[in-house]
Every structure is written in structure tokens, then in C-alpha cells.
Design a protein around this ligand. Structure first.
Ligand code: ZN
Length: 286
């Protein structure tokens, strides 16, 4: 009854407030992100289920619960954006500012010359192995194992950081796409996050004993230079599972674990995901 007696301006004001609330709610609360907005960083996002997302012209997977990930490459531009199309047809564009990094130069000498300048036969093998790695990295599975975050697979001294420009035996080579952790041969390597083992190789030319674990939505971990592999392809691993042992196989000057994280072909910085290295006293006591 009182409604009918409300002046027109009151009803208009209430209608405007309701509209403002709905639009405001929709545009601010229906997509949230958290993580590292910097080169090599991983961003975890959540969007209203049913929304479609495009990043850099490509559709990206959204889980039934609205979870998604985006990874920024080593040379990601400072501005990048996400196009969102909600289930109700509404469209939105989100811009991100990506912090730019500077990378060091790392010189490594004493590698076997053929590991720096492979011959024709080696190159054939390298190409075949690269195909296997690309296929494993290209998997866009519906798993959402990444929601649990990442822990260090080995505790130890960091002997190589992400992004460094490399000079091997005096020759400029590709940047370092991962983090190196020095540890004695035979040290257990533990799964940093749950996933499905998508590749196992006993001895690749550059990476030696190699495992790739698929964490879902194109996010994968690679572990290299292993002396021993303790899992098989297709196996499900949970965080903390012993999956391999540290070695110096492939192109390495000493025993260490190389851990790389990829979002499809974009190489991410595992150190940003795992946070500070725990103290050595706790080494492998998990
Ligand atoms: Zn490495």
C-alpha cells in the first residue's frame, strides 16, 4: 500500500539503485584474479561459470566451477588483456599491467662440446624429442590440480634462476626456462602439485631423465637431469609423492634438479609459484 503512495522520484531512485547494484556487482564481482602479475608469473582466476574467455586471441579453458589460469611468458608485454563473454551474452574486457623484469646473464663452461654444438645425428634426435615434449606441453586437460598451489620438489641451493640469458662454453644459447636446485645425486624429487604424468623419458639429449606432469588447463611441470624415474606415463600423482631422483643426466655439469613450469608454450617462473625456499634443515623430511 505504501508503495503506491511513494512519490515517483522515490521509485525512480530505487530502480536506479537496483540497476547500479546489479551492473556494479556484475562488472566487479564476476571475474577475480590472484597471483603474480609479472613476466613468468601465474595467475589464478575465477569467473561466473558458463563464461567464455579469450586471451591473446585464443579461447582458454574455464572449469565448471569457473576456475581458470593464465601464464605470462618471459617477454610478456607490459599490457595484456582478457576478453570475457558471460553466459548472459554480456561482454567485458580486462586489461592487466604485467611487471617487466630484467634477466641476468649466466655463463656455464665445461660442458661436453657436443651438448652445446650437436652434430647432424644429434640434431635429428633432438628434433624427435622436442616433438614429444611439445605434445605433452600442448595438452589442454580439464583437470584442476593446480588449485592446490605449488611446493618445492627438492629443497636445496638455487643454482640457476628463470630467464637468464645463457652463454654455454662461450656460445650464446636459449634463455634458462626454469629453476635449478643443486642437490646430491639420488635426492628424492617430490611432486610440487598433483597431476597426471604425461611424459616419461629415461634419457633425452639435453634434459636426460625427464618427466612432465600435467596439472590441468595447459599448466605442466617438467623435471630434468633425473638419475631415476619412479613413475609411469598416465599415473596420477599427489603433491609430495616421490616421483624421481636427482641426477646429472643430459646437459649438466653436476647433479641438480631442473624444474620448469609451462602454460602451453609459455615458460613460467616456478620460483614465483613455490615462494621462498624452505630452510635446508627440513630437506626432504616430508
Ligand atoms: Zn636448468
Amino acid at each position: 500500500m505504501r508503495d503506491k503512495s511513494s512519490p515517483l522520484w522515490v521509485r525512480r531512485l530505487l530502480a536506479a539503485l537496483a540497476l547500479w547494484f546489479c551492473l556494479g556487482y556484475a562488472s566487479h564481482a564476476s571475474l577475480t584474479i590472484e597471483g603474480e602479475l609479472r613476466q613468468g608469473g601465474l595467475v589464478y582466476g575465477r569467473v561466473t561459470p558458463g563464461a567464455q574467455l579469450r586471451y591473446e586471441g585464443k579461447e582458454i579453458r574455464v572449469s565448471d566451477r569457473g576456475e581458470f589460469v593464465i601464464g605470462f611468458g618471459r617477454n610478456e608485454p607490459s599490457t595484456t588483456g582478457l576478453r570475457i563473454r558471460y553466459a548472459d551474452g554480456r561482454k567485458e574486457r580486462r586489461q592487466f599491467k604485467v611487471i617487466q623484469r630484467e634477466y641476468a646473464i649466466q655463463r656455464i663452461d665445461g660442458l661436453p662440446p657436443r651438448k652445446v654444438e650437436p652434430n647432424a645425428k644429434d640434431l635429428k634426435r633432438i628434433r624427435e624429442e622436442a616433438k614429444l615434449i611439445r605434445a605433452a606441453r600442448g595438452r589442454d586437460s580439464a583437470y584442476t590440480y593446480f588449485v592446490g598451489g605449488f611446493a618445492w620438489p627438492v629443497v636445496g641451493r638455487i643454482s640457476g634462476v628463470y630467464g637468464s640469458q645463457r652463454v654455454l662454453n662461450g656460445k650464446p644459447r636459449r634463455p634458462h626456462y626454469g629453476v635449478d636446485i643443486a642437490a646430491p645425486a639420488g635426492t628424492p624429487v617430490r611432486a610440487p602439485s598433483a597431476g597426471i604424468v604425461s611424459l616419461v623419458h629415461p634419457d633425452m639429449y639435453f634434459t636426460g631423465g625427464t618427466i612432465i606432469v600435467d596439472h590441468g588447463h595447459g599448466l605442466s611441470s617438467v623435471f630434468s637431469h633425473l638419475s631415476e624415474v619412479l613413475v609411469r606415463e598416465g599415473q596420477t600423482v599427489t603433491r609430495g609423492d616421490m616421483i624421481a631422483k636427482v641426477g646429472a643426466t643430459g646437459r649438466a655439469t653436476g647433479p641438480h634438479l631442473h624444474w620448469g613450469v609451462n602454460w602451453f608454450e609459455r615458460r613460467l617462473d616456478p620460483q614465483l609459484m613455490a615462494g621462498p625456499m624452505p630452510p635446508a634443515a627440513k630437506q626432504n623430511s616430508r
